[in-house]
Design a protein around this ligand. Sequence first.
Ligand code: ZN
Length: 294
Amino acid sequence: MFTSCFLILHKKETMEIFTIDAGTFLCDGGGIFGGVPKLLWERQIKADHRNLIPLAMRCLLVVSGERKILIETGAGNKLNKKFVENNGISNPHRLLESLEENGFSPSEITDVLHTHLHWDHCGGGTTFDEKKQAVLTFPNATYHCARSQWENAMNPTPRENDAFFEEDLLPVQKSGKLNLINDNCELIPGLELRIFNGHTPGMIVPIISYQGRKIAYVTDLTPLTANIPLKWISAYDLYPVTAMEEKLSFLREAHENKYILFFEHDTQTCCASLRWDEKKGPLVERKGDLQSFI
Ligand SMILES: [Zn+2]
């Protein structure tokens, strides 16, 4: 016969992660490498005759229990033909194709996390309906970004104002599905959000605890593996010295704790680990796909 039994089951959610491809675009090589001379950066990545280099829009889907959290949404399909051509956007519909290839439909996504609101990071979060009104691409999702980034995007400096588009942002606000994050926090257990301010105020770096390792989705803190050396910062950073200091401090932490760095924009390399040089600081130790690190 059973007596009362108090057994608390701590159900440990298993997490799955999926790399989601939102296509590529072209960006001025000088913009990505700031003050670094082309003679040096072109040894790392070849530019075309217009000085453009390809950038990936590599998103990440985190599935944990009932939650399906999509980190970033790429440029999306609302941009006009001229913008798509000028920016060499490869396939405006790639995000949804890639989700489908991985077995997910837009209505299943419970959360969209935007590291920041520049068009190449958040454009896919909204889409045009049949009346050409911008609506949520993921109708059942809560959309997250940092409060300071939202406020900045609503009132940007002239230096940054062509990086934000109203139709990417206002439908999210209007839907009532916008969640603004005030500070560093955990979105769910095992998914930490860390806020940085050098590239743009309130940029989130998500850090995922997965199979005993930490995967840092480095977004525009380090757009490409070639941006890892200390001074190889982008001309698009709003506050370059802050961006450099934040990168140094985070990459030191990443090196000491053997984080896997996950690159959104690097077409050649999805993930990398770091080594530390006494004089030069952070350098790439090893590159590979996510599976090769887990
Ligand atoms: Zn950016």
